[in-house]
Design a protein around this ligand. Structure first.
Ligand code: ZN
Length: 276
């Protein structure tokens, strides 16, 4: 795909300033190396940056998907105007991008925000990360689908049970699908309430495939958060679902590469860059 994109850019005489990749984690973002990706064992301990840098002669930026997504929200979405926000991505895994006091907070190894691997049940099932009872084992789309196979069976579209099919049923008012999703939402809330107390954000933005369930699910999540946080703190914190039409991970990654290129503007041939 990168080869093809570079050929198309060359044909149109466009200047390419770098390659950006976003990936779920835990990801050592300083090294551009995926340490572990839930449910995709073939990506364990894979250095995306090393792999691409050995093949392409241009800057390669690798960042956690939740981190680039919080940047996208900060620049283009519900985070505009805020210096303390958290983006929570709820897909097959769960992670958070933390924009803290005006900058992206990555932590020592670059894995800050891995809330999917925080414990919500101290003697819960073993997770592939080594911990037990991790948040994402209860509220990710993977967790919902595992349960939905028993509860909904072949009722979902064509017997092909996907998270799209489950969220579609929720929007249609199916009580079993809504119960599954709100139960997962209540577990997610434990992670979100912990973020309230750890980072005291001004805004929390939920994204990822689980938000396709829409308002019924979102209202249940907000109500549970309210029950678990200090009333004054809850009242002063805004919670949103992401409304960006372009996937914030794509938007944030592209913007990160462009931003880095402008920081190293002397390395660019500005004459060719400005020609297009
Ligand atoms: Zn874990």
């Amino acid at each position: 795909m990168i080869d093809q994109t570079l050929q198309e850019a060359a044909a149109r005489r466009l200047k390419v300033v770098g390659i950006g990749v976003s990936a779920p984690g835990p990801l050592f973002s300083h090294e551009g190396r995926i340490v572990l990706t839930s449910n995709y064992p073939e990506w364990t301990d894979f250095s995306v940056r090393e792999f691409l840098a050995s093949r392409f002669d241009m800057p390669v930026h690798v960042e956690h998907d939740a981190n680039v997504s919080v940047l996208a929200e900060k620049w283009f979405g519900k985070g505009v105007g805020s210096n303390n926000l958290v983006y929570v991505v709820v897909d097959r895994g769960v992670g958070a991008g933390i924009f803290y006091d005006g900058q992206l907070y990555r932590g020592h190894h670059g894995i800050a925000g891995e809330i999917g691997h925080t414990t919500i049940c101290y003697d819960g099932p073993q997770c592939e990360c080594g911990n037990r009872g991790c948040l994402e084992m209860y509220c990710s789309s993977f967790a919902v689908l595992t349960q939905a196979r028993d509860v909904l069976g072949a009722d979902a579209q064509d017997g092909q049970l996907t998270i799209d099919a489950v969220t579609h049923l929720v929007r249609e008012g199916d009580p079993r699908a809504l119960h599954l999703m709100t139960e997962a939402g209540c577990f997610l809330v434990i992670g979100v309430a912990n973020l309230f107390n750890a980072y005291n954000p001004e805004r929390i933005i939920l994204g990822g495939e689980m938000i396709k369930a829409g308002e019924p699910w979102f209202e249940a999540v907000k109500e549970s958060v309210r029950q678990r946080t200090l009333p004054e703190v809850y009242a002063g914190t805004q919670i949103y679902m992401s409304e960006l039409e372009t996937d914030p991970a794509f938007l944030g990654t592209g913007s990160l590469v462009i931003s880095a290129a402008f920081e190293n503007v002397s390395e660019l041939e500005m004459s060719s860059a400005t020609a297009e």
